[in-house]
Design a protein around this ligand. Structure first.
Ligand SMILES: C[S@@+](CC[C@H](N)C(=O)[O-])C[C@H]1O[C@@H](n2cnc3c(N)ncnc32)[C@H](O)[C@@H]1O
Length: 368
């Protein structure tokens, strides 16, 4: 697990910074964080109070942190926090921004204007959205998340196989269905009311962090609120940096995160693609004496044989070359995966040479 070297990075890991997020981010070193998750003010522009049909008041987002004088002021704020976020993001880093129709289009345009490269937008479809009491227009049943890399050429993290595994073996789609945060997960104040109007569900952050970070990565959330990002990051063995300007929310978040335990290392390992696994040349099996020069290999179907040479190539019936080349020549095929094609004999059994490669890979993973 590659954990950042604390001497090389003065980042305030696993802490919640106070004050305005722009000023806080400006104090951090440039090119230093792997991922930013931003849940900025929505700028809902609510006019007056919302009431249910029984005349009770709806607990909507009407807090002062969500108020902006005008769209121009909101855009100005967006440009400022995004510029500060971009500076501290590593060149291969990425950003997620979540929002509703009130702000997400403006946020998306600013992302592009600032040089971020949009990779996907994800629709979070809410299974239990807040009803539209006025009965006008459509019930708002989703929010949009934009995922963007720092620039077009960034080698951003995407754990494709892990997400496929989360989706029972099928490629993950861009519409994610989760309930809004309710029940025991929803933090309450002393009066039993919602402690924060827009606490995000942990499930959303779980998927997003498994998808776009690795254990040990640093995730920064400039609009920390109740600290959902910090709680899930801690559970998943990622570092977090939160920024929140309201004292009460910071305290709430700190108390919440203090109760979270990081999952054991084995539980944090996720499915990787074969290509992401370390490369092992066949010759290494020979050098290490796992297979001996002169030893015979046979094809899985038992039809062909070839002998191993000291340099890790094979010599067969009128053909010489790598495990892949000799397999392909025998089969008359344009290519062949020699690792799954060739087998050796041990204690009366036929064993794929790939099992030896896996042994070496397991040793390499332990060393990292
Ligand atoms: C939409 S909420 C984030 C909720 C959070 N994702 C959660 O799950 O609890 C936005 C938060 O950003 C904070 N905030 C707004 N403007 C800020 C600023 N300029 N600097 C720091 N925090 C800010 C607000 O106090 C609020 O808690």
């Amino acid at each position: 697990m590659a954990r950042p070297n604390p001497e090389a990075t003065p980042l305030p890991l696993d802490t919640i910074m106070s004050g305005d997020c722009v000023a806080a981010m400006e104090r951090l070193p440039e090119n230093s964080v792997d991922l930013i998750f931003a849940d900025p003010p929505y700028n809902l522009q609510l006019r007056g109070e919302l009431h249910r049909p029984d005349n009770s008041m709806v607990d909507a987002v009407d807090d002062h942190w969500d108020q902006f004088e005008s769209l121009k002021a909101y855009d100005h704020f967006t440009r400022r926090w995004m510029k500060a976020a971009r500076r501290i993001l590593k060149p291969d880093g990425a950003i997620w921004v979540i929002g509703s129709y009130h702000n997400i289009f403006r946020v998306g345009a600013t992302l592009q204007d600032q040089g971020f490269w949009i990779l996907n937008d994800v629709v979070w479809r809410k299974t239990n959205p807040m009803p539209n009491f006025r009965g006008k227009r459509l019930t708002n049943a989703h929010e949009t998340m934009i995922w963007a890399s720092k620039s077009e050429g960034s080698k951003y993290t995407f754990n494709y196989e892990a997400l496929k595994a989360l989706n029972e073996g099928t490629q993950m789609r861009s519409d994610w269905t989760f309930p809004i945060c309710t029940g025991h997960e929803r933090l309450k104040n002393a009066r039993g009311e919602k402690a924060h109007p827009t606490q995000k569900p942990e499930a959303l952050l779980h998927r997003l962090l498994v998808a776009t970070t690795n254990p040990g990565d640093v995730v920064l959330d400039p609009f920390f609120g109740t600290g959902t990002t910090g709680a899930v990051a801690t559970m998943l063995g990622r570092h977090f940096i939160g920024i929140e300007r309201e004292d009460a929310y910071r305290q709430l978040a700190a108390e919440r995160i203090a109760k979270v335990r990081t999952l054991p290392r084995e539980a944090l390992e996720t499915t990787t693609s074969k290509r992401a696994e370390p490369r092992v040349p066949f010759g290494q099996l020979v050098e290490r004496g796992m297979l001996r020069p002169g030893e015979e290999l046979q094809s899985g179907n038992g039809r062909f044989r070839a002998k191993i040479r000291a340099d890790g190539t094979l010599s067969g019936d009128g053909v010489k070359g790598s495990i892949h080349q000799v397999g392909a020549a025998y089969e008359g095929a344009p290519s062949c995966n020699g690792w799954t094609y060739w087998h050796f004999r041990r204690e009366g059994k036929t064993v794929s040479i790939d099992t030896l490669r896996q042994q070496i890979r397991a040793e390499m993973t332990k060393l990292n």
